[in-house]
Design a binder for this molecule. Sequence first.
Ligand code: ACO
Length: 371
Amino acid sequence: MIELRIGLEGVAVAESEISCVNGEKGELIYRGYWAEEAVKDHGFEAVVHLLWHGEFPTSDQLSAFKRDLANRRVLPDYVKTIIKSLPKETTPMAALRTAISSLTVPGESWPPTQTQAMDILAKAPTIIAYHYRVQQGKEPIEPDTSLDHIANYLYMLHGESPRASFARALETYCMLSMDHDMNASTFTSRVVTATEADIVSAITAAIGALIGPLHGGAPSKVDDMLDEIGTKDNAEPWLREQLESGKRLMGFGHRVYKTYDPRAAALKVVTQQFSDESPLFELSLYVEEVAIRLLAEYKPGRNLYPNLEFWAAGVMRTIDMPRELYTPTFCLSRIAGWSAHVMEQAANNRLIRPSVVYVGKRPETPPPSHV
Ligand code: ACO
């Protein structure tokens, strides 16, 4: 008899050395380092290197890694044409999914390589910025190879070199959201890879999984929620009404974390550094406090706390990231994690093919004879 685990909760589908979440204790490990510690003294490229190679790069390796990534940022003309020809109403995530799916990466389609992963990772911010500026009726900005990955992303969005503190705040978010063991989109990337499909297909499929509001679509919805709440006085009545009508509070709860998400805790500290200039910071603090209390009252025993998205929204607001780019920004960092999993899956591959408990009708006649 096959055991039915709807949502695959508590089922392990692979061994992995990349990252590990302990939801009861609120812990996240990247390759043997506490994630919050790993991101403290390192930048985006170094943490990607850690996830892909299992160790931080030496300074020579880091320079070479940065150079390789920076040199791959420019989009081929056909990708620009695709982006420009998308309908006005195409969302940034749909544009990213479409443009990534069109990429032709160097080398054979199997097995996936670091060069291919690098190519996709390098181009993702350019695609997001290019589409954003085209949609705004602005001239797209070509990448600046002298800037680091995240600073260059902000430069391509806004057309000026970003404030170093803003680039660092976003970089911290991107590093903390890079990988999170077997989440829905990472699982998707591994399922596709396990069929020996190419890395572009695996990353494209993972982007699809990340689009859903139960996964990557929450941070902008956190801001929508804060906008609707508007004032501290309105927080408790508004949150109560949501919970009484069976709605979910965006940025709270997690399939794995049953305590405060360590990424949310780290990003709260980042947002706090800008508390004077971060819109809605005071309101966020208050909403967080009331929501934790009300979630315990309405959903006792479910242990619902802020997840990454609640304070990711704080960072994004602080640096003035356009709201529609919150999820694409999450995605550009998660591509690094997906790529690590794609390469790990391919290195020790087995087709992922679960079962189903069939509860449909059976034919009323005996099975046909095949002899
Ligand atoms: N607000 C209110 N109630 C909630 C919330 C929430 N944010 N999250 C969970 N619950 C309740 C559910 O209604 C359920 O109640 P019940 O037992 O009375 O039916 C109980 O808590 C357990 O919920 P599940 O749906 O089983 O929890 P699951 O593990 O499937 O959900 C999820 C995790 C999808 C993240 C959920 O907490 C949620 O919808 N949160 C809001 C959306 C969000 O913040 N998404 C971002 C996730 S973080 C990320 O992907 C990086």
